[in-house]
Ligand binder design. Structure first.
Ligand code: SF4
Ligand code: SF4
Length: 421
């Protein structure tokens, strides 16, 4: 029995708490969760049924924490979970789950399957069965602060570019600012216009803000891989910077899992409440709009739709704000079928996009999003998550679809009413 296998099973036993036990014991095997999961609907393969992805964790619960299970194990009638099974389940837990939360919404007995997959990843990572791409990204996050290895010097280069392009000031380490702005690696590398957009909007709204040179990265690979100690370390960097700079609010960028990590898991990981608020950028924009500090003008003269990022809309509750903002500037806004809290995932969340092993499956899973876009007849898709944007752009390329992807914050900045306020 290897040490890593033992660590994995011990981690399983640690994460099995009362909610997990009650979820496993209340499953009525209805199969509704399968129909809600795009990895099942787009492949028809029963191994992708969400509850099946948890089978090693369920057997550990049964054999370690139920009387009948323990007796069966003692009598040699129940086969303990083996290291080979854990290895075989790795693609089910990491490649075919974006932790989108859709299955948890439909379960008739209220099982939070997504939370259980998050917990199961703790054991899989401890057992050494996390995929290579996620292991590398997590290691880079710890050593350089960013899963893509983005260093502060790269951020500085983008700051200079955006300041020159838009004639704005981008403050760094400014104590007492209202907002501490975070970015994801994708925004720094692929979409620096996000930073320019935030600068233009805040300058117009008269909001004070800052970046921190030791906490600019919002992505939390620790959450994605299932390593709470590393996730805590990454959240801790942001908390330390927010407290040092005495900001009132930390803004999670257009990145879904970053929002979950810092807003929902953050205080639990740190074991205390934060002395500052955490909001998604769309919440802040809508706050400014309601306060009369964000006025928009002009309209986009073409049909477009909005892709709801799972962690922001379904799991984060931010689904009204993007619609309110879009309705002000996009008269031809069209809602996707299943749009809003039941929207379908892009297929690349939860670390799937950082996992090369999952690439072919992710492309198949995208067929659901493809159908949603095609039936609307639009050629522009707006979203508020840089990871969704990259995943969708790659898949559109693969399927030869001529669709433009836009970030909502940039769109808002382009429609600022310069005369207003
Ligand atoms: S969280 Fe989403 S991707 Fe994962 S099993 Fe549930 S429905 Fe499927
Ligand atoms: S939807 Fe809920 S009750 Fe039905 S099979 Fe899935 S986990 Fe079990």
């Amino acid at each position: 029995m290897s040490a890593s296998y033992e660590r994995g099973i011990n981690a399983f036993m640690e994460v099995i708490d009362a909610p997990v036990a009650s979820f496993f014991s209340s499953c009525v095997h209805c199969g509704l969760c399968a129909e809600s999961c795009l990895f099942y609907t787009e492949t028809g393969d029963p191994q992708y049924a969400p509850i099946h992805k948890l089978e090693p964790l369920r057997r550990t619960w049964q054999q370690e924490y139920t009387l009948l299970g323990r007796l069966a194990k003692l009598a040699g009638l129940a086969k303990p979970v083996t290291d080979e099974e854990l290895a075989a389940w790795s693609p089910l837990v990491y490649d075919s789950c974006s932790m989108c939360g859709r299955c948890s919404m439909v379960c008739p007995v209220g099982n939070d399957i997504t939370m259980m997959i998050r917990k199961m990843r703790e054991g899989m990572a401890a057992a050494g069965h996390a995929p290579e791409g996620l292991v590398t990204a997590t290691a880079r996050s710890i050593t350089s602060g960013s899963p893509a290895g983005v260093k502060w010097v790269t951020v500085q280069a983008q700051i200079k570019r955006m300041q020159a392009q838009f004639g704005i000031e981008i403050p760094v380490n400014k104590e007492g600012a209202d907002y501490l702005v975070l970015m994801s690696s994708w925004e720094i590398l692929n979409y620096p216009e996000y930073l320019g957009a935030v600068g233009r909007i805040f300058a117009k709204a008269g909001a004070t803000w800052t970046l921190a040179d030791d906490a600019y990265e919002a992505t939390n690979s620790g959450i994605q891989i299932g390593a709470s100690d590393l996730a805590r370390q990454l959240v801790g960097r942001i908390v330390a910077a927010a407290e040092r700079l005495k900001v009132k609010c930390v803004i999670s960028p257009e990145c879904g899992h970053a929002y979950t990590a810092i807003r929902w898991e953050g205080p639990n990981l740190m074991g205390r409440a934060f002395g500052f608020e955490v909001k998604h950028i769309l919440e802040v924009l809508d706050d400014l709009r309601r306060a009369g500090r964000l006025k928009l003008k002009g309209s986009i003269d073409k049909p477009l739709t909005y892709h709801d990022p799972c962690q922001i809309s379904r799991r984060g509750g931010v689904h009204e704000q993007p619609r309110t903002l879009l309705n002000q500037i996009a008269p031809q806004f069209r809602e996707m079928n299943d749009g809003g809290t039941m929207n379908w995932c892009c297929g690349g969340g939860g670390g799937v996009s950082a996992n090369e092993r999952a690439e072919a499956l992710r492309t198949i899973a995208f067929k659901r999003k493809k159908a949603q876009i095609e039936e609307l007849g639009v050629d522009t898709v707006v979203t508020a998550c840089a990871n969704c944007r990259v995943v969708i752009e790659e898949a559109l390329e693969h399927y030869h679809m001529d669709i433009e992807m836009l970030g909502l914050t940039e769109l808002v900045a382009e429609h600022l009413d310069e005369e207003g306020i």
